[in-house]
Design a protein around this ligand. Structure first.
Ligand SMILES: [Zn+2]
Length: 103
């Protein structure tokens, strides 16, 4: 079983009570999920990512660092998918001039 599946399943309570927020293993972003936000739920209480519509949200406190999140993505969705997500993150960073990226 994938190491993050338990964290990503029926996790609504854990997600909204994590003061550090949540990360999405699929899009590798940090969607804002609170009791007041309108989010989709599947299974019993599995949170669906509002940014990418994939049910791969984990409580941020359970993620050690970005490397771990990227590794989980690779295990769950494959290396090609990971490369694509990283490219799209870099693209949006460059597009929005959030930081200066030299590649
Ligand atoms: Zn997502």
């Amino acid at each position: 079983m994938l190491p993050y599946i338990e964290l990503a399943t029926n996790n609504y309570q854990e997600i909204i009570s994590d003061c550090n927020g949540a990360y999405c293993v699929y899009c590798l972003q940090k969607p804002i999920i609170t009791e007041d936000s309108i989010i989709e739920i599947t299974d019993i209480s599995t949170v669906i990512c509002p940014l990418c519509n994939v049910d791969a949200i984990v409580p941020a406190s359970k993620v050690e660092n970005f490397k771990q999140l990227a590794l989980w993505h690779e295990l769950g969705f494959g290396l090609d998918s990971l490369k694509k997500q990283l490219e799209s993150i870099l693209y949006s960073i460059k597009k929005n001039n959030l930081i200066n990226v030299c590649i």
